[in-house]
Design a protein around this ligand. Structure first.
Ligand code: SF4
Length: 284
């Protein structure tokens, strides 16, 4: 059984940057708090918590405390509330996400209604919505396009959650175009997502079995799983080696291993080591 590891896997630069900043901050200040998760991966969250960063559900008294903002971005109102309560802010927002914020704000100032293609429950989308003054329209599939509402708009600008499925986004844009007279489209899917998705359009065809490693809460991992599944029904999405089942690999000549942008190298290596041992086992 040959094991083919994806060329592009493990932390993207935005996740790596956020973790480095979190660790540095934990080493420099006594009380560091985080609203939500720094990135969507349980191993990383544990690592950050072990470094002394406290996860909080709501803002308390902030004097003498640091509030660490996640890589996904944070609504402006939350930052303002934190500052009013006395927190000092350390911002780990990914520069690519900050770029989306800037585009959305600029287009809104120019009078465009803002449409976001993304998952309305995801932190990144909350963060984008939270940069804007007016109501935004969030669309996650071609079936969920609010035609009437769009037809009432004079002009609109579309931005995209950085980890969306590139093919789906283009399908949604084709539908939206029919409704809005003046439409500006900013394809803000980030480069790490694009190159991983591109690899995911060939790898499942070249391997008997696919294993995708990453958290169930990680949007970019879930998109890789969707793409791989659509091309190879023997795709298995796991969080770690513990989820693997030996029966999945029976008769497989090759296994492709890919991972999301917030999956630690150690978790990937653990899976690869297991598969190597399994391949020795099948040889006997
Ligand atoms: S997946 Fe893209 S947007 Fe998200 S943290 Fe990585 S580089 Fe930034």
């Amino acid at each position: 059984m040959i094991i083919n590891v994806a060329r592009y896997g493990g932390f993207c630069f935005g996740v790596r940057r956020a973790i480095t900043l979190a660790m540095k901050t934990a080493g420099s200040y006594t009380t560091v708090c985080m609203l939500g998760d720094i990135v969507h991966n349980e191993d990383v969250i544990n690592q950050v918590e072990q470094a002394g960063i406290r996860r909080i559900k709501r803002l308390g008294k902030g004097t003498g405390k640091i509030l660490l903002l996640s890589a996904h971005g944070t609504p402006t109102a939350v930052i303002e509330a934190a500052l009013r309560r006395g927190y000092r802010i350390v911002d780990a927002t990914c520069p690519m996400v900050r770029g989306i914020h800037n585009i959305a704000r600029k287009m809104e100032q120019q009078g465009y209604a803002i449409i976001i293609i993304g998952d309305r429950h995801h932190d990144e989308v909350h963060g984008i919505v939270g940069q804007l003054q007016n109501k935004t329209i969030v669309i996650d599939s071609t079936n969920a396009v609010p035609h009437r509402r769009l037809q009432q708009l004079k002009k609109a600008a579309v931005v995209v959650q950085s980890t969306q499925n590139a093919e789906n986004v283009l399908k949604i844009i084709d539908v939206i175009k029919e409704d809005v007279r003046e439409l500006k489209f900013f394809n803000t899917i980030c480069r790490p997502t694009r190159i991983r998705q591109a690899e995911m359009r060939t790898m499942p065809l070249e391997n008997d079995v696919m294993v995708i490693i990453g958290s169930r809460t990680s949007a970019n991992t879930q998109r890789l799983c969707e793409i791989s599944h659509s091309l190879n029904s023997r795709t298995h999405c796991v969080e770690s080696r513990r989820d693997l089942k030996r029966a999945w690999f029976k008769g497989a000549r090759s296994v492709g291993v890919a991972s999301g942008a917030s999956t630690p190298d150690a978790t990937i290596q653990d899976v690869v080591d297991y598969l190597r041992r399994l391949s020795q086992y099948y040889k006997k």
